[in-house]
Structures are given as C-alpha cells and as structure tokens.
Design a protein around this ligand. Structure first.
Ligand SMILES: [Fe+2]
Ligand SMILES: [Fe+2]
Length: 141
C-alpha cells in the first residue's frame, strides 16, 4: 500500500534511522565517510538520535494518541510500540556506562531496526486500512 501523505515524513525518518542501524551493527559494511571505529559510530549515533530520533518519537507519540480508542487490536499494537520506545531509549541512555559498546550498539541497532520494520510493515499499513480519516486530519507541529 502506498504511504499516506501525512505519514511520509515519518517514513523518511525511518530511512535515516535504518541507515544508522546498519552502520552501528557489528557486521556493518564500510561506507564512504563513515569510519567503522567505535567512537565514530557513537558520535554519529548521538547526532542522529538528537536530530532525528527524539523529534521522531514525539511525532509518533502524537500519532499514536490520535489513533487510540477505535480498535482494540490497534491499541494493543500501539502499547507494544510505546513499550519498545521506552526500551530503545533506555538502551540508548545506558550506552554512556557501557562496558562493551560494540555489542551494546549492535543490540540497540537490531532492536530499533525490528521496531521500525514493525511500524512500516504492520502498524502504518493497519492505520491506513482502519483509520484513514484520522490520518487525513493528522498534523505534526
Ligand atoms: Fe517508533
Ligand atoms: Fe518510527
């Protein structure tokens, strides 16, 4: 299904976040301009989290609030996603005290990747199917 126009900004952000996920994983392929040493990965991740992830989660909080209360199956999915936001944010905060940054960044990346794929493949699709009117009225500001 084609993405609803009001969800396109979130889908764009997912692409940036999926890129950082690929880069943080232990099996990352080398990209021009993205050195694979741990400090470079950490710096890039902090930048992307501050610039993209934090506002992205705020937008999704708003989206989820608007989509809540119509269908129990949707509410259950939204609860799951909110839980995952908490887990992923917790993993991110815990990196400052990490004893094994390489492994912990890899774990964070895999969790975030799975979370985003669920949003894109399952939840956004379901929202478009069940709640087109809510999406039509959606505004992020
Ligand atoms: Fe999310
Ligand atoms: Fe998302």
């Amino acid at each position: 299904m084609q993405r609803h126009p009001n969800l396109i900004p979130l889908s764009h952000e997912h692409k940036s976040l999926l890129f950082v996920c690929r880069y943080l994983k232990t099996d990352a392929a080398p990209y021009e301009g993205y050195p694979l040493d741990t400090n470079a990965k950490m710096d890039y991740m902090v930048k992307v989290f501050q610039e993209v992830m934090v506002p992205h989660i705020q937008k999704e909080d708003h989206l989820f609030e608007q989509c809540r209360g119509f269908f129990p199956e949707m509410d259950t999915m939204l609860d799951e996603l909110l839980d995952e936001h908490r887990v992923i944010s917790g993993m991110y905060s815990a990196l400052v005290d990490s004893k094994d940054l390489i492994t912990d960044m890899d774990t964070l990346a895999r969790n975030l990747e799975e979370h985003i794929r669920k949003e894109e493949r399952v939840v956004f699709e379901k929202m478009q199917e069940l709640l087109p009117d809510v999406l039509d009225k959606l505004k992020f500001d």
